[in-house]
Structure formats: C-alpha cells, structure tokens
Design a protein around this ligand. Structure first.
Ligand code: 1CP
Length: 351
C-alpha cells in the first residue's frame, strides 16, 4: 500500500482508496459517461459504439463529459470490458451489449486466442488516456479498467449478455480444463492491458466482475478468484489503488477479503457496514446506492444517500458510488443533486 503521498495535495479519491482520512467522501458513478447524458447521445448519434471507443479524441471527450457537468471526484476511461478481447482474435459487435460472432466452444478456438500487449492490442486506449490526462484537473484521478476473466469468459462462451449465462456455466462445469485455459489466457491479457493503462497514465485500476455472483463460493474459489488474485499480485508493484467489484458478491466477501484489492466495490444488496465488518479496516469500500434510487423524490433520495454515508462510515476508506451502473433513463439533474448531497452530508457529523 502507498501511504507516503502528501495528504494535502493528494486527490480525495486516491486518499480514500488508501483508507486515509479525507475532508469529505469522494464520489463518482459507474457508467457515468453514457446514454443518460444528452451530450453523450449527441456524439453517439454520429458514430457507433465501437468507433467511439476506438477514436481517442472522442473517447477522451466522452470521458470528460461527466467531470465537466458534475465536478465528480474521479474519471473513468470510456471503453468497454470487451475492448481487449478483440485483439485476442475474437470478432464481435455491440447491439447494444456485446455479441460475439463465434462463441468459444472448442479447443482449437481456444488455442487460437492470441495474447497481445496493450500497444499491439489497443493502442487507441493508451492514446485516449494521454489526451484525457492533458485535460483533467489534477484533483480528479483517472481510473483505468478491465473485465475480470470470469466475467469475460461468460460473454465469450455465452456469446452475449444473459441473466443466467446457462451456456457459459454449463461449459464451465462440463469442460473445466478448457475453461481454465480460457481463464488463464484472459488473465495474461488483462494483466498486460491494465499494466499498459497504468503506464499511459491511469492512476487507479478497476476490475469489473459483473457476473461473479452467479457462482457459489466454492466454484468462485475454483474458477474466478485465482485469476483475480493473479492480476492483483502482478500489478501490486505499480503502487496505484486496485479496485475489485464482485457484483452480487455478498456470499463471496469472506473470500474476496484476501484478494489483495485495496478497494472492494459493493452492490446495493449488501450494506456497507456489513461489508466493512467482513473486509476489515485496511480495505476501502466503494458503493452502494441502488441506481434506481435516482428515480425517487429528492427528499427520499437525500435520505437514502445519507444512509449510505452512515453505513460507509465513520472510519476512512469510503468512496461513494452507485451499487451498479446508472440507468440510461436517469435524469442528469438527479445526479447533480446526488453529487452535491454527498459533498454536503459527508462534511456533517451524521452519527
Ligand atoms: O449504445 C451505447 O452507447 C453503448 C452502451 C455501452 C456503454 C456506454 C456499452 C455496451 N458499454 C458502455 C461503456 C462502459 N462499459 C463503460 C464506460 C465507463 C463508465 O462511464 O463507467 C464501462 C466501465 C463498461 C464496462 C462494462 N461493459 C461492464 C462492466 C460493468 C457493469 O456494468 O457490470 C459490462 C458487463 C459490459 C458489457 C456491456 N457493454 C455494453 C453493454 C450494454 C453491456 C452489458 C451487456 C449485457 O450484459 O447485457
């Protein structure tokens, strides 16, 4: 852990990641750049999603939109968890989620998966990060990210999004050896991909395990957790915060506690006080307002925000966020209200 940085100049978000005391709770929002913002929709009406992620100037512009509009405490690179998978030789399109042309099912398909580094895989990502860093205020760190190998495995084998991922899970149980080969290759690629983002200027790295909650703890330990630990271990020397988000991971937290992650993202189903109790005081938590709470009245929303702050405190190491990505029908004014409320309430004594 990096404890050496200067408290006065270190951005709030980074201090909170390191569990250091902050003057207020930092806040950012998962999927903060996206279809709920008119300025995003304007750009998207001219280019498709893949073109947007592969054009550094446009990806940078879209990354900066929520920072400008809301004065948020962290930016996250505009890209997708599937971006680095294309470089492994997997063909796909977005409609609106990823659709893989030939889902992985055979040993020869798996053998053919390439392991490129960031420069040959996604040079536009490093380029976008450099442009973003020229424009971002120093108080707003940039988060780079990747999908966790198990979550990427789900999309690659299923071929598209699903509520149960029954194709991917049946493959996992029917073909554990082939599954491990896919997971290992994905782990190798994600380590290089995340390292490359840090080298280009990302100041924190987040691993999205959106489908971790599909697994019982025993299967999570057998298939998903080892790759997360290997990624975290391989990137530890970078000395930047590593955030792990096991979505719907309430039953996995005892295991996740030992992953080495500096910050664990918590979805809205688990209270932050329970999560903190399990994870201990050395691990920061990030979350966890239900994204749908943004549709409630301002009064209700305000008290729900205060509740999340109460559950996340009183100790240091809480980053306010939603418990998952923001809904595309959200009113941006509600987000402005949320950011303001977190700022005000977290400076008051809520206890
Ligand atoms: O039409 C559009 O404009 C595309 C919608 C969209 C957007 C805005 C997709 C397709 N991806 C994104 C951006 C994105 N994806 C970001 C941007 C940074 C931010 O502002 O937060 C990030 C971090 C992601 C990561 C991502 N993609 C995840 C992990 C986070 C999560 O929500 O759990 C997942 C699961 C994906 C897959 C994906 N890509 C897009 C969609 C609609 C989906 C979900 C598909 C599904 O499961 O059905």
């Amino acid at each position: 852990m990096n404890k050496s940085s200067n408290l006065e100049t270190e951005p709030l978000f980074l201090s909170a990641c390191w569990c250091k005391p902050t003057s207020r709770t930092p806040v950012w929002i998962m999927r903060q750049a996206g279809r709920y913002l008119p300025e995003y929709r304007k750009i998207r009406s001219q280019v498709d999603f893949l073109t947007l992620t592969k054009t550094p100037e446009l990806a940078a512009e879209v990354t900066l939109q929520p920072v400008r509009r809301f004065g948020i405490d962290a930016a996250i690179l505009f890209s997708d968890i599937m971006t680095p998978v294309e470089g492994m030789g997997v063909k796909m399109e977005f409609n609106p989620g990823p659709v893989v042309t030939n889902p992985l099912r055979t040993a020869s398909q798996i053998d053919a998966l390439r392991i490129p580094d960031l420069n040959e895989n996604a040079p536009f990502v490093a380029e976008a990060i450099k442009i973003i860093q020229k424009e971002l205020p120093v108080s707003v760190p940039l988060i780079g990210f990747a999908g966790a190998p198990f979550t990427l495995f789900c999309y690659l084998v299923e071929g598209q999004g699903s509520k149960t991922f029954s194709q991917a899970k049946s493959f996992l149980f029917a073909e554990p050896q082939l599954s491990r080969m896919i997971l290992e290759k994905l782990t190798d690629v994600m380590i290089e991909y995340l390292r490359g983002q840090a080298q280009a200027g990302a100041q924190a790295l987040m691993i999205f395990d959106s489908w971790a909650g599909l697994l019982a703890d025993e299967d999570y330990k057998a298939f998903a957790y080892p790759s997360v630990c290997r990624i975290i271990k391989s990137l530890g020397h970078l000395d930047i915060p590593l955030i792990y988000f096991p979505n719907q991971g309430a039953t996995l937290l005892e295991t996740v506690k030992d992953s080495g992650a500096d910050v664990v993202g918590i979805d809205w189903r688990t209270s932050l006080s329970v999560a903190r109790h399990v994870l201990g005081s050395d691990v920061a938590v990030q979350g966890n307002l239900d994204p749908m709470a943004l549709f409630s009245s301002k009064e209700d929303l305000g008290s729900r925000i205060d509740n999340v702050l109460r559950e996340g405190g009183p100790g240091p190491g809480h980053i306010f966020n939603l418990g998952h990505g923001i809904d595309k029908n959200t009113d941006p004014d509600r987000v402005a209200f949320l950011v303001e409320r977190v700022r005000e309430s977290s400076q008051k004594d809520l206890y």
